[in-house]
Design a protein around this ligand. Sequence first.
Ligand code: SF4
Length: 244
Amino acid sequence: MTANRIRIKKSVGPFWRWTINFMVGCDQCLYCYNKRWNWARGSPRIKTDLSLLRKQAESFEWSPGPSAMCTTLYDVLTSSSHDPFHVSSLSTAVEILRLLANTPVASHLRVLTKMALFNPPRCGGLWGMTITTLNGAVARLLEPLASPPHERFNALQNWAQRGHKLWLSVEPMLEGMHLHDLIWSLERLGVHPQEVWAGRLNHRHLSTKAAEYALDDAEIVRQFEEARDSFPEIRWYLKREVRA
Ligand code: SF4
């Protein structure tokens, strides 16, 4: 059944050139950007057929190409429409990472999650964690099914110890986020992210409850510039919709 096939798909967005999505109905966060689309609503549905992905991955040929905002080396994202390590899709994600590990995709993979997965399968690429706030209560309220911030820290430390290259997504920036302190704390744990992406909460599509906790653009820019100037060895990206 083609609907059940997992594939490497050309991305229409500006940040990466390919995506690997294998679930719809991700429900970890109240502020989910995807909930504006009908297809993203409802309970989690997982794709499991790896046959096409295996073929695509084995014959994958990467060459530098344009992407509006992102460094182009790590431009196969898993996943753009859900958390790959969502409790419903975790076993499939592990299978996918094992499958990709020995293919040309591995060194161009960009992983992004809010779940503290320890001892993940060894697979190349850039491993990313989303951290939106350092306030556990705010995270519990707005990201009720994701790992608490301190567990995400522990997972990042585990990944660093296992030799993974790392990045951070700090989006949306919520009350309790202190970007400089976040990086400083992680560095003390031996976590040295290569990239940090920061962004705002998209109010137009979101619940007013989540909007109450969103930092305003001026504060996002202030924190971004402070952290960027303090840690110049990191590549910093501020999403274009944030206005100074
Ligand atoms: S992890 Fe991402 S896709 Fe899932 S609910 Fe949160 S914002 Fe939406």
